[in-house]
Design a protein around this ligand. Structure first.
Ligand SMILES: [Zn+2]
Length: 291
């Protein structure tokens, strides 16, 4: 079976072929040009598919909240104008005749990690990605839990600070305003006056001022995770996002959880995601292979 897998994000559309052993080949990307709107994005995806021969299935991982049964966007922010309501599956299948699976990007990543990565052999886990914001996915008893309107797992918008910092969701005090990689970058700039990206921050790990900000940021990560552990009682938490390549973070989180959680919850382990940028495409391809 030959699958064409897409990962539609706010800045890039990445795609690759995927064979029956789930090896990704011929990885490519094009700019999303999000300002052209959701309709145009899907037209360009259709053009790419029509230029490929012998495709049996299409797998699509995309930004936005997705009704994975109908394959349409339930809600997307203005980062992709007019994307809300886009019937991705219907459009692609009508234009190409190829069966198509569509899933939200963090959910796709969770599927990718469950099938091939950090959560292989784990039937229940939660997944969080720490980037500009914080995304989440809930995988219970070998399947995604998607909630009433396909939007479950928005862990970034759990309130951890009543009346705190304002958030992109319109609320304030949200977890992602304190614990995302973006929040770390902002904290370092505010408290040290130095503008650094995540990698540069960790290059200055031995600077006591920087280390203090990093440790305070990890406190914020732990606050949210403790709440989630008490809700889900998972055996595994998969932490994604480039920043998690810094082993210090997961080491410190595990250390904290092992001492601070009620004893019966301490079996939980936090591990970094293993599939990196491929997780979304692999998850989408995996879902497509099951059609
Ligand atoms: Zn929020």
């Amino acid at each position: 079976m030959k699958i064409l897998a897409f990962d539609i994000g706010g800045t890039e559309i990445k795609y690759a072929f995927c064979d029956e052993n789930f090896n990704l080949t011929e990885k490519k990307s094009i700019p999303t040009n999000a300002h052209e709107g959701g309709k145009r994005i899907i037209e360009r995806v259709v053009e790419i598919i029509k230029n490929c021969d012998g495709i049996d299935r299409i797998g699509i991982s995309t930004a936005g909240q997705v009704n994975s049964i109908k394959g349409e966007i339930v809600y997307a922010t203005d980062s992709i104008p007019g994307y809300t309501g886009t019937k991705i599956k219907e459009i692609i299948e009508a234009e190409t005749g190829i069966p198509t699976a569509v899933e939200n990007d963090v959910n796709s990543a969770a599927i990718g990690e469950a099938a091939f990565g950090a959560a292989k052999d784990c039937d229940s886990f939660i997944c969080l990605t720490y980037g500009t914001g914080i995304g989440g996915a809930i995988y219970l008893d070998n399947k995604l839990f998607t909630g009433n309107s396909f939007s479950a797992g928005e862990f970034g918008h759990i309130v951890t600070h009543a009346g705190g910092r304002s958030c992109t969701c319109g609320g304030c005090g949200c977890y992602e305003a304190y614990a995302s990689a973006g929040a770390l970058v902002r904290d370092v700039a505010e408290k040290t006056g130095r503008e650094m990206n995540g990698r540069e921050i960790f290059e200055n790990f031995d600077d006591p001022e920087i280390r203090f900000v990093i440790d305070s940021w990890i406190d914020e990560i732990v606050i949210g995770l403790k709440g989630l552990v008490y809700i889900f009682n998972p055996s595994l938490i998969v932490a994604g996002g480039g920043i998690m390549n810094e082993a210090y973070i997961t080491e410190k989180i595990n250390e904290r959880l092992q001492t601070e959680l009620m004893a019966s919850f301490r079996k939980v382990k936090v591990v970094k995601a293993l599939m990196g940028n491929d997780a979304n495409k692999l998850g989408a391809a995996y879902l497509a292979s099951k059609l």
